[in-house]
Write a protein that binds this ligand. Structure first.
Ligand code: MN
Length: 336
């Protein structure tokens, strides 16, 4: 009896496993700017299927493998990094992506021949697949993959478990996310029993930041503002601020400023507006206590989860900040 799969998804899980077992050629992919959950779920699934003797597998990741996650990647396994793929595969498995275009890849496929399977936990998932396994209460896509591998009796050894543990820990913020379901801990127990290497993962999380990352955090601590009776924390980072700090957009993402303001007793939500990649303006929302920031992000053309979401627009930072702050204030009022 698998304790990680919600009963309403069990038949979908079985269909996916049958599809994998019956296919002659599989393509696995995930989203652009891959995080620990994307790389963990793709590499964990890949390694398990290879160990199960399933040979004909390819992986496509538009942005490749970030150096810091290379420790879970089978080093001799080559990745396809094209933005267009003429798919002759039986199956395309797209992991951890709320929309098909989050992959950054156009899969040119004959829908009669190539089945697209969407496996994800984002509440904003659009059910874009021919088969959709969307479990929005799952902590991570790695939790879902652990459940599927166990149900399928595919191998979960130390190597597979370390990959899946990476996404389980990073996406759940070390099991601290609100509303975390017991299944995240069942998955963790399964992976620890299999020998997952948590030491490397925690070292990566706790001691991996650069000086510029910490300078951005310092800027954030000195410059945030409070609104809505201190319930809303706001931080605006301009291009000129980053220049002065000798920092860039990557440093903003790695700095920890997105969650920082929720450390205050009365602060239930935060908005960080900053120069995004490719010249756009970006905004990240975080919340606790049930304030739905996904709705705000979706209203601004983005997406994500109820307590963590983001959006980007091709408008000046100040304009995006105005819109984001106004919508967040309304959201807080309505939740109160
Ligand atoms: Mn994820």
């Amino acid at each position: 009896m698998n304790k990680m799969i919600p009963s309403e998804l069990l038949s979908t899980a079985k269909t996916i496993i049958n599809k994998i077992n019956q296919s002659n050629s599989i393509l696995i992919s995930s989203h652009i700017r891959p995080d620990g959950d994307a790389i963990g779920s793709v590499s964990g699934l890949l390694k398990s299927l290879l160990k199960a003797g399933i040979k004909n597998i390819e992986v496509a990741l538009a942005d490749g493998i970030p150096d810091r996650f290379a420790f879970v990647w089978p080093s001799d396994f080559k990745i396809i990094q094209n933005t267009q793929i003429d798919s002759k595969h039986d199956l395309v498995l797209l992991l951890d992506s709320g929309e098909e275009n989050r992959s950054g890849i156009t899969f040119n496929r004959d829908k009669e021949l190539t089945c697209l399977i969407n496996i994800d936990h984002h509440a904003s998932n659009t059910n874009f697949g021919d088969i959709n396994y969307v479990d929005e209460k799952a902590s991570s896509t790695c939790e879902i993959i652990t459940a599927l591998l166990e149900l399928a009796n595919f191998p979960i050894d130390e190597d597979v478990a370390s990959s899946l543990m990476l996404g389980l820990i990073t996406d759940s913020r070390s099991f601290q996310n609100e509303g975390i379901r017991y299944t995240a801990h069942v998955a963790a127990a399964t992976l620890l029993k299999a020998g997952a290497d948590t030491k490397t993962i925690y070292t990566l999380l706790n001691s991996d930041r650069s000086e510029a990352d910490l300078r951005v955090q310092g800027f954030g601590l000195s410059n945030f503002k409070l609104e809505s009776n201190d319930k809303l924390g706001v931080l605006i980072i301009k291009d000129s601020d980053l220049k002065q700090l000798n920092a860039n957009t990557d440093n903003v993402y790695a700095s920890g400023v997105f969650n920082m303001m929720l450390a205050m007793k009365n602060t239930l939500a935060s908005v960080v507006v900053f120069p995004g990649r490719n010249g756009v303006s970006s905004c990240e929302f975080r919340s606790r206590g049930g304030i739905n920031v996904k709705e705000v992000a979706v209203a601004l053309g983005g997406g994500g989860h109820i307590p963590a979401s983001g959006c980007s627009q091709n408008i000046p930072i100040e304009h995006l900040a105005d819109k984001a702050i106004e919508l967040m204030k309304k959201q807080i009022e309505e939740t109160d």
